[in-house]
Write a protein that binds this ligand. Structure first.
Ligand code: ADP
Length: 737
């Protein structure tokens, strides 16, 4: 009997005994949550620091009325929502039982399956195919044979994900190739980067090219900042950040001004080295003069960020959320969120930062890798206690306190989608450089680890996104004095195996495309519950075995209507990629930039091609100055975005930045014809030839002054945002944090 089924059997026994206990207490045994906190670990109301008013009062006018929420929290929808939706608010006790029940069904779904009950939530509709269906399949010999061939997975480069991956493959009854395979595999599982295996020409790889570079702290901050310029309110979930050393002056001037304006304000900042992970090199400061800056080439690149001083506490401890997000595809953009995640707790009671406690890492940093060395770290077999817990157990406790976790969850989903929208444009540039259209290559998907902090007012804040979240399911433990061993970690296994297994299920080459959920027009922003709809399954029950329902839920394109308007930079990237010219390039040369200006008819007598050249040189020089040893010369995407904003500002002076950019995009896209849309993959990467220009449109560039070099440069120095492209560094190991 496999470990998995031993585990399930234990769960089943637990369920039984809990059911018996519940019966004794006159509770409906069906509703008793298997993994709900027992009396000993039930929430201590006084120990959760939640401002009652914040939690109970709506944060925005646009939230739905309580009545609507109440309605959503019942009946079918709660079973669809499965984990995080519509739990507590009013009917707390009843709903708590339900939450636990739902968690049993969906997150720990194996328990239910072993009871032999039939799934009724729709997820198994095609799994429980009728006899007729099965017979029809039998008749379709070739198709059936193809489906029955086990999916092959090359696990030779899986590194620390290997254990969880093996269990997943076993559960799926797929075929593992631990030493690689001469013939092609369906899926290649890489532990670090897209390039772990070279020369893959088919199948699917679990990493995107460029993801590591894109998610480094500085690059990520720049990408979000660009979005903050366009959509300041929508992107207020990311703390204000400065890039060091280049923005040191701005940082210190702004902080001085803030302090001069209000002497009572005493902000704290967190400094994070660009290449760092697992809390390495991180420190807190209260004044710019405390920065450990080194001069010249020694200067370490880092991000200094506003420190969130009032995080939500549980048991007086700061904690953060590790949420697993699957980017299933870039084009079209498909995002899935795992319903279950981890929470990592500090090991020293939290106090707001003061000069005295700034260096107390066990109080301020939630990194597992740091806190595991604290004497207070608690390894626990329970999901709801200890220093690492499941997200559902934490939400359960919050729900018990009356927190509207449905709202927290929908805010988290919004944060994830918006963050993905910020990084996707540059990822597309990397993608087309590594896998040029027309050349054989694999398709890609990737599991990301979002680190999210909840503020005391329950607002989620993005700390960072890890391109290589640790998928380890064991941890090092001192089993005897001085003797360390890797021992299984039930909490990690519970969460991570589910994420990997369900990612594989979604990437199954025989998996029929899920019927894309009806795109919702309004509800999301108004706090309506998050519907978790069933994914269709292609494989038959014999092929799939008794698998639980998917723990990954699609959020995009499901919520396209709510978020599509944010995808402006992606449209700029589509133009950029179109003009890159030579396959494999990531930078625009001066000729290509001129071609862009000419084709889109952005020059005229007031903005001559000579001015265009100066614009190109000016921006490109500053960007390459920021990365002197860059191998590829030319204009990268972020520099191009800067140039685009500048051109938009010139052309549509009277408008706000966002409208300027939209107007210029529309203008360019009209010149380029219908293929310029971001949704059209061919226009992004296949069609290098410039389409015939549509009817000429004369641009009226309104600022004649900027036609001359000197004012242009002056304007440049005032207006351009100084961006900087990162050079790839050493690859980061998988990070648990
Ligand atoms: P690393 O990649 O080194 O783990 P993070 O950005 O995740 O860097 O930061 C490490 C830890 O520091 C986080 O897990 C969190 O506990 C804390 N932290 C990071 N940024 C902030 C912030 N802006 N406000 C409060 N705490 C933060």
């Amino acid at each position: 009997m496999s470990d998995h089924y031993v585990k399930v059997k234990v769960q089943l026994e637990q369920m039984k005994s809990l059911g018996q206990d519940a019966e004794k207490e006159g509770v409906d045994a069906e509703q008793v949550p298997v993994s709900s906190p027992t009396a000993s670990d039930s929430p201590d109301p006084s120990s959760i620091t939640i401002p009652a008013t914040d939690a109970s009062k709506p944060r925005s006018k646009s939230r739905s009325k309580p009545g609507k929420d109440d309605k959503n929290s019942s009946g079918k929808q709660i079973s669809d929502l499965s984990l995080h939706g519509s739990v507590v608010s009013a009917a707390a006790e009843k709903n708590l039982n339900r939450l636990g029940y739902e968690r049993t069904l969906h997150i720990r779904g194996t328990g239910k399956i072993l009871q032999g009950k039939k799934e009724t939530n729709g997820n198994y509709v095609t799994i429980h195919a009728s006899k007729n269906n099965q017979e029809a399949r039998r008749e379709d010999g070739f198709k059936l044979a193809r489906k029955r061939r086990p999916v092959t997975v090359d696990t030779s480069k899986a590194k620390t994900s290997l254990e969880a991956l093996k269990i997943s493959i076993r559960q799926l009854k797929w075929k593992e190739f631990p030493l690689g395979r001469r013939a092609a595999c369906d899926i290649y599982w890489h532990g670090v980067s897209f390039h772990d295996n070279e020369n893959i020409v088919s199948g699917q790889v679990n990493k995107f090219p460029g993801m590591i570079e894109m998610l480094r702290k500085i690059n990520m901050s720049r990408a979000v900042r660009t979005m903050q310029e366009l959509f300041p309110e929508e992107y207020d979930f990311y703390p204000r950040s400065w890039i060091l050393p280049e923005e040191y002056q701005q940082f210190s001037t702004q902080i001085r001004m803030v302090k001069e304006n209000d002497a009572t304000v005493n902000p704290t900042f967190i400094v994070k080295p660009d290449g760092g992970s697992q809390g390495d090199g991180i420190y807190l400061i209260r004044d710019p003069s405390d920065l450990k800056l080194m001069a010249g080439s020694q200067a370490k690149q880092s991000v200094v960020q506003e420190y969130i001083q009032k995080p939500l506490l549980i048991d007086k401890l700061k904690f953060d959320i590790r949420l697993y997000v699957l980017i299933k595809s870039l084009e079209p953009l498909e995002i899935y969120i795992a319903k279950e995640g981890l929470t990592r707790f500090c090991t020293e009671p939290y106090q707001e930062p003061s000069q005295k406690n700034l260096s107390h890492v066990f109080m301020h940093l939630t990194n597992y890798s740091l806190n595991v060395h604290s004497g207070n770290f608690v390894h626990s077999d329970s999901q709801s206690t200890g220093s690492k817990r499941t997200l559902s157990s934490v939400l359960y406790r919050l729900a018990a306190k009356g927190v509207d976790i449905k709202r927290v969850w929908s805010d988290i989903i919004a944060l994830v989608i918006k963050t993905a929208i910020a990084v996707v444009p540059e990822l597309k540039v990397y993608y087309q450089a590594d896998i040029p259209p027309g050349k054989p290559g694999p398709t890609c998907f990737q599991i990301l680890g979002f680190d999210i902090l909840l503020m005391k007012n329950l607002k989620p804040v993005l700390l960072e996104v890890n391109s290589n979240p640790s998928m380890r399911i064991e941890h090092e433990q001192e089993v005897a004095p001085g003797v360390f061993e890797y021992v299984p970690s039930p909490v990690d296994e519970e969460v991570k195996v589910g994420v990997i297994r369900d990612t594989l299920r979604l990437m199954d080459p025989g998996h029929r495309k899920p019927i894309i959920a009806q795109i919702r027009a309004g509800g999301f922003e108004h706090g309506e519950e998050i519907p978790m709809e069933a994914e269709s399954q292609e494989r038959s029950p014999e092929e799939n075995g008794s698998l639980p329902s998917l723990c990954l839920k699609q959020v995009y394109p499901k919520y396209t209507k709510q978020f599509n308007y944010l995808r402006l930079v992606e449209r700029i990237a589509a133009l950029f990629i179109r003009f890159l010219g030579v396959k494999g390039n990531m930078r625009l040369g001066p000729t290509a930039f001129r071609t862009f200006i000419r084709t889109c008819k952005l020059s005229n007598s007031n903005f001559t091609m000579a001015s265009v050249d100066i614009l190109y040189i000016d921006i490109t020089r500053r960007w390459s100055g920021a990365m002197p040893d860059s191998r590829e010369a030319g204009m990268g995407l972020q520099a191009f975005v800067e140039a685009f904003f500048y051109l938009a500002g010139r052309r549509f002076k009277s408008l706000a930045l966002k409208e300027q950019v939209v107007s210029l995009l529309e203008l360019c896209e009209a010149q380029l014809g219908p293929q310029s849309g971001v949704e059209d993959r061919r226009s992004l990467s296949c069609s290098r030839a410039l389409p015939r220009a549509v009817k000429a449109q004369t641009l009226c560039l309104t600022n004649p002054q900027l036609g001359s070099p000197a004012p242009l440069r002056r304007a440049a120095s005032q207006d351009y945002r100084l961006h900087q492209r990162l050079k790839p560094r050493t690859l980061r190991a998988n990070v648990e944090n």
